[in-house]
Design a protein around this ligand. Structure first.
Ligand code: NAG
Ligand code: NAG
Ligand code: NAG
Length: 362
C-alpha cells in the first residue's frame, strides 16, 4: 500500500492505527529480540530445508563446568577483530575462543569463514576430524557473492549466517527495546538524499533504479569514484541527509546489511530500501521506520514522495516515532557473532551434517 493512501484517512483514525501499530510492533520486536537473543535452541528447530539432523550420541556439549573451545579457522577477511567476554556480552558461560591452530585437536568447534577459504578449499584442514568436533560454516555475504559454495557440501555441521533459519543467526544489525520511552531529537537536516556505493555496476538493478530516480531528484553519491566518505566522518556526513538509499547489492531473503543498520539508521537518515520485499524488512524493523522502493510503482513516484516529505516536517518526523521505544543495537559486530556461536554450542544437543549446503544457501 502506498503511504500516501494511508495519509488520506481521517486524522484521528490514522493516529489510532498508528499508536496501535507502534504498540504491536514494539511487542513483536520485543518478543522477537527475546527469541533471538535468549533462546538459541529454538532457532535450531527451524531447520533449513535440505539439511538432515542425525540423532547423535550427544557429544557432551554442555558438560557442567567445562569451557568450550572454539577455533576460528581464519580471522574474518584476514582482519584480526576484537573479542569480548561472552559473559559480559550475552550473560552466558564464557567460551575459549582462539585463532591458534594448535588448538585444533582439542577444539569443540571450528568456525570457518567462507570468504577466506572458498577460493581454495584446500585451505581447510584435510586430516582426520575429532569425532565430536563440530564445524561451523560462517558467511555474511549473499549467495550471489559467495563463490564455490558446492565445495562446502558434506563438510559442516552448523550454519552461521544472516539468514534467520541459520543454526547461529548473525544478522547485520538489530533493534533493542528501551526500558523506558526516550525523548530524542532528530539531527538538523540540510540535505535531501545520500547514497554510498563502492561497487558501481551499471547493469545492476540498484544503479538502474538510481539512473531513473535522479531524473526527478538530486542524490549525493559517496564512495569509490565519487565523493569520499571516511569511516570516521560517516555519521556526521550522512546525518545531514533526510534520506539514505540503503540499496543492497543483490536480492535475497533476510539479506539486509549495514547499509540499512549503520549507514542509514546509525546516522539518523530515513532508509529508502531496495532489497527483499517489505514483509521481510518488517521482520526486523517497524513498518514506519523505512521507505521501500516497491511502495511506489516507479522511481518517479518515490521521488515525489520524498519531495513531499521534504516540505512536510510533521510527516517526515513520523519515520522516527519508533525511536521512542527502540534503538539500533550498538553491540560489537564480530564479537557478538562469536558469542552467539558460543551460546548455541553450549545448548545444542543435536547435531547435523550439511550435505546440501549449496542447495540451501541460494
Ligand atoms: C598456540 O597455542 C599453543 C598451545 O597452547 C601455545 O603453545 C602457543 O604459544 C600458541 N601460539 C600463539 C601464537 O599464541
Ligand atoms: C559433522 O559433519 C561431518 C561431515 O558430514 C561428519 O562426518 C561428522 O560426523 C559431523 N560431526 C558431528 C559432531 O556431528
Ligand atoms: C521527556 O520530555 C517530557 C516532556 O518534555 C518530560 O516531561 C520528560 O521528563 C522527558 N523524559 C526524559 C526521560 O527525559
Amino acid at each position: 500500500m502506498l503511504p500516501s493512501e494511508q495519509m488520506k484517512s481521517p486524522a484521528c483514525q490514522h493516529l489510532l492505527i498508528f499508536i496501535l501499530s507502534q504498540f504491536v510492533t514494539a511487542f513483536c520486536l520485543f518478543a522477537y529480540i527475546r527469541l533471538s537473543t535468549d533462546t538459541g535452541p529454538q532457532l535450531l528447530s527451524r531447520q533449513p530445508s535440505g539439511l538432515t539432523t542425525q540423532p547423535g550420541n550427544n557429544p557432551t556439549p554442555t558438560q557442567a563446568g567445562s569451557q568450550l573451545t572454539i577455533l576460528r579457522w581464519t580471522w574474518p577477511f584476514q582482519q584480526p577483530t576484537a573479542l569480548r567476554k561472552c559473559s559480559e556480552l550475552l550473560g552466558i558461560r564464557d567460551c575459549h575462543i582462539t585463532a591458534n591452530h594448535s588448538w585444533y585437536l582439542k577444539a569443540d568447534a571450528v568456525i570457518v569463514h567462507h570468504k577466506d577459504v572458498c577460493s581454495s578449499p584446500k585451505k581447510l584442514l584435510q586430516g582426520p576430524r575429532p569425532p565430536s568436533q563440530r564445524w561451523i560454516w560462517f558467511n555474511l555475504e549473499s549467495p550471489t557473492h559467495s563463490p564455490n559454495l558446492g565445495s562446502m557440501d558434506n563438510l559442516f555441521n552448523l550454519t552461521m549466517s544472516y539468514r534467520r533459519d541459520s543454526d547461529i543467526f548473525t544478522p547485520y544489525g538489530g533493534l533493542e527495546v528501551l526500558s523506558q520511552p526516550q525523548n530524542f531529537s532528530i539531527p538538523a537536516k540540510s540535505k535531501l538524499v545520500a547514497w554510498a556505493v563502492s561497487n558501481w555496476n551499471p547493469a545492476s538493478r540498484r544503479v538502474q533504479y538510481y539512473e531513473e530516480l535522479k531524473k526527478y531528484l538530486h542524490v549525493d553519491i559517496y564512495g569509490k569514484h565519487h565523493m569520499p566518505l571516511p569511516q570516521n566522518k560517516q555519521v556526521s556526513t550522512l546525518s545531514q541527509y533526510k534520506f539514505y538509499l540503503a540499496f543492497e547489492n543483490s536480492l535475497h531473503e533476510d539479506y539486509i546489511t549495514e547499509k540499512l543498520w549503520s549507514n542509514a539508521l546509525g546516522s539518523w537518515a530515513v532508509p529508502v530500501v531496495c532489497g527483499p520485499p517489505r514483509e521481510n524488512y518488517e521482520r526486523f524493523l517497524p513498518p514506519d521506520a523505512f521507505i521501500h522502493i516497491n511502495d511506489f510503482p516507479s522511481a518517479q513516484g518515490l521521488a515525489q514522495h520524498l519531495l513531499e516529505l521534504d516540505k512536510d516536517p510533521v510527516r517526515y518526523q513520523r519515520y522516527f516515532q519508533w525511536r521512542t521505544w527502540l534503538k539500533p543495537s550498538e553491540r560489537p559486530f564480530w564479537a557478538l557473532h562469536f558469542c552467539k556461536a558460543c551460546r548455541v554450542l553450549q545448548v545444542t544437543e543435536t547435531y547435523q551434517t550439511l550435505p546440501g549446503l549449496s542447495k540451501w544457501f541460494r
